[in-house]
Design a protein around this ligand. Structure first.
Ligand SMILES: [Zn+2]
Length: 64
């Protein structure tokens, strides 16, 4: 048997229900990244980022 690959988000042991992720949270994180990538326009590199936008969306966790 081969050892299952760890969660690509946090390297924790994956859960069968959420493989290859360890939790729905990590699955959502990956999905969010994928969607951002899908929305991103490749030609955006023509304009190098000068500043980090203060409005950069942070990961929100309302469960706290
Ligand atoms: Zn994880």
């Amino acid at each position: 048997m081969t050892k299952p690959a760890p969660c690509p988000i946090c390297d924790a042991a994956p859960q069968a229900a959420y493989r290859p992720f360890c939790s729905k949270r990590c699955a959502d994180v990956d999905l969010g990244r994928w969607l951002k990538g899908a929305y991103a326009v490749p030609a955006v590199e023509a304009e190098p980022p000068e500043d980090v936008s203060p409005a950069q969306p942070a990961e929100q966790d309302f469960s706290n």
